[in-house]
Design a binder for this molecule. Structure first.
Ligand code: ADP
Length: 628
């Protein structure tokens, strides 16, 4: 029979796994049992509505057998099973949706052998202990098939005569070597230990034939008989008492159930009694999954009704701005044969969703206030999500999210929440100031920032595309309006300074008009600035769309012709202004060229491209020649 090849990425992963001296190889059992349990969940659910999957409840189980003579470890489940296509697509490749990052991570971490054990690589982990794996599987109403592979050179697939729906996985254990002994996985005691360690909470019985010895009455002898024993307690983790569950148990459960390889940053476990009663076990991951910002990321929680698994991603249980949350909900108050469509409109489900939102928010606020380093780790991964959330639905979620967002600021090289910013504001500071740019370093070079810092005002650094949009939706925080240092009137001058400025404007009216006239195609006006200290000019925009927003919108694949209203501001205290005044008197036609030059400079400082670089270069050359 011709062998089919693994997809390249799977092959690499397999090589890595098989050839590494794996320190934690026993987790293969957890992975196989977890797959079996998922398959049983699916069958259980389908059996309620579909006769093809009918099964007596007692028949939903996992069976472990060993064959010491042939060194076989055999795990059978009566779950949903796989047909030929499913066998090929599920077991023929790991990186189903091109999980490139996953692969890269693995390659980068190759030296750190243990890290491999952290990956939820599922089925493939069995190759750490097996030299050959066979998977025989039958889906309802379909021909059964047998998939066989030695891991390194592809797999074969052929028809099988398996009669019952479900899957049997047979591992031929690797040969023992001097340093590695695989026989432990044939020992009842070891199997029992591993099942209770990793899979005790699995809600289906994990059975194994074990030898029981009993003394024979009135005799010295003992009789041994084989008893089929259930190894696990079958109490789901989320139904157990919180205080009896260790962090390790929570984390292990998370990693095996939600295919993550790092511990979550926060676990929230609670049960609510009331109109709708339910148990919830929620996790806030510490890293964004590789596909988090792609459309194939599935938001939602696993939903169970009365302990029966209903679906993997009940989308409506978490709001989109908390879509990073993983976990499950188990409610006794939902109807079991509730259809997926009805589920979306279910009133009880909406109530559950509301309380979940509150719990997540409370958990995040708690981290923010009591474990800042962790909150910052979370925020590095998902802060952008919260800021998008502010902007989403025209700012409908600001109440939930405004306390959770943070920005870097000029106060110190750290994140600050808006609340912390406001607490630091002096009495006379009217606005929450912010400045936008590509990076903090670039923002600090902006001409506009000097004076505001001199006044002692703290400036929030907006370096994410979404930042300005998020505060636009909020408009204000704690009755303080947000103000860009590069937009509209800055309003930081004292009354005297204002009078002084009025005077300068009045005196130079016609010069300013002349300047405005020179660049009227691109700039709405040229004004005397009250925000500049040492720099000659800066480009600002009117209230509303900012220059940064214009840049972001222009990146939109569909393009955008939304433009900021540009204003060129000139520093009346700068030498250049005196020079312009003088030029205007002696040589007024020069003003046009000089204004264009200054405007080009302002564009460059803003990180915008100048409209006519050749003209700009020529003008500079002319100036040099003239100054000779
Ligand atoms: P994961 O469980 O993380 O999805 P695996 O490599 O462990 O990755 O399994 C791949 C897929 O193969 C599963 O998602 C499931 O669809 C299928 N599968 C694995 N084991 C079984 C089983 N015992 N019964 C039915 N399907 C299974």
């Amino acid at each position: 029979m011709a062998k089919k090849q693994f997809k390249t990425e799977s092959k690499r992963l397999l090589d890595l796994m098989i050839n590494s001296i794996y320190t934690n190889r026993e987790i293969f059992l957890r992975e196989l049992i977890s797959n079996a349990s998922d398959a049983l969940d699916k069958r259980h659910y389908l059996s309620i509505t579909d006769d093809n999957y009918r099964v007596a409840t007692g028949e939903l189980k996992i069976e472990i057998k060993t064959d010491k003579a042939n060194r076989l470890f055999i795990l059978t489940d009566s779950g949903i099973g796989m047909n030929k296509e499913a066998l090929e697509s599920n077991l023929g490749t790991i990186a189903k949706s091109g999980s490139l990052e996953f692969k890269q991570n693995l390659e980068e971490n190759v030296s750190d052998v243990d890290i491999i054990g952290q990956f939820g690589v599922g089925f493939y982990s069995a190759f750490m202990v097996a030299k050959e794996i066979s998977v025989e599987s039958k889906a309802a109403g379909e021909q059964a098939y047998k998939w066989v592979s030695t891991g390194d050179d592809g797999y074969t697939i052929s028809e099988s005569d398996k009669e019952n729906i479900g899957t049997t996985i047979t591992l031929t254990l690797k040969d023992n070597t001097e340093s590695d002994n695989y026989d432990e996985f044939l020992e009842e005691y070891q199997i029992r230990t591993l099942v209770t360690k990793y899979s005790d909470y699995v809600r289906y019985p994990i059975n194994m034939d074990v030898e029981k010895s009993e003394p024979i009455e009135d005799s010295e002898e003992v009789s041994t008989k084989i008893v089929n024993e259930t190894l696990n307690s079958m109490i789901p983790l989320w139904k157990r008492n919180k205080k009896d569950i260790t962090d390790e148990e929570y984390n292990d459960f998370y990693k095996s159930k939600f295919s993550d390889y790092t511990d979550p940053i926060k676990t929230v476990h609670y049960s609510l009694e009331g109109n709708v009663s339910y148990n919830a076990l929620l996790y806030i991951p510490s890293k964004a999954p590789y596909n988090y910002f792609n459309s194939d990321y599935q938001q939602g929680l696993k939903l169970y009704c009365k302990g029966v698994f209903i679906m993997d991603n009940a989308k409506d249980l978490v709001p989109s701005y908390f879509r990073f949350t993983k976990g499950l909900v188990d409610s006794d108050d939902l109807s079991l044969n509730i259809s997926r469509e009805i589920l979306q409109q279910d009133r009880q489900l909406k109530q559950i969703a509301k309380s979940i939102e509150k719990k997540i928010k409370a958990a995040l606020v708690d981290l923010l206030n009591n474990d800042r380093p962790k909150y910052e780790e979370f925020y590095d991964a998902f802060g952008a999500q919260l800021k998008y959330g502010l902007y989403e639905d025209f700012g409908a979620h600001t109440e939930v999210l405004k306390d959770l967002v943070m920005f870097k600021s000029s106060f110190e090289d750290k994140y600050t929440s808006l609340n912390e910013y406001v607490l630091r504001m002096s009495d006379e500071q009217e606005f929450i100031y912010y400045a936008s740019g590509e990076s903090i370093a670039k923002i600090n070079l902006l001409p506009q920032i000097e004076k505001i810092k001199d006044k002692g005002y703290e400036v929030l650094y907006f370096t994410d595309n979404v930042d300005e949009f998020s505060i636009m939706a909020m408009q204000q925080f704690a009755d303080k309006k947000f103000k860009s240092i590069a937009q509209g009137e800055l309003d930081v001058d004292t009354d005297e300074e204002k009078v002084e400025k009025e005077k300068i404007v009045e005196e130079n009216k016609s010069l300013l008009e002349k300047m405005s006239e020179s660049i009227k195609d691109t700039v709405s006006s040229v004004k005397i600035s009250s925000r500049l200290k040492t720099h000659p000019v800066c480009l600002v925009s009117d209230d509303g769309i900012s220059l940064e927003m214009e840049k972001v919108l222009a990146q939109n694949p569909e393009g955008s012709d939304v433009k900021a209203t540009r204003i060129l501001e000139i520093n009346p205290d700068h030498e250049i202004f005196a020079f312009l005044k003088q030029t205007y008197e002696t040589n007024p036609e020069q003003i046009q060229d000089y204004t264009k030059l200054l405007y080009s400079q302002a564009l460059l400082i803003e990180g915008l491209s100048i409209e006519n670089p050749v003209e700009y270069a020529n003008q500079i050359c002319n100036l040099m020649i003239k100054s000779k």
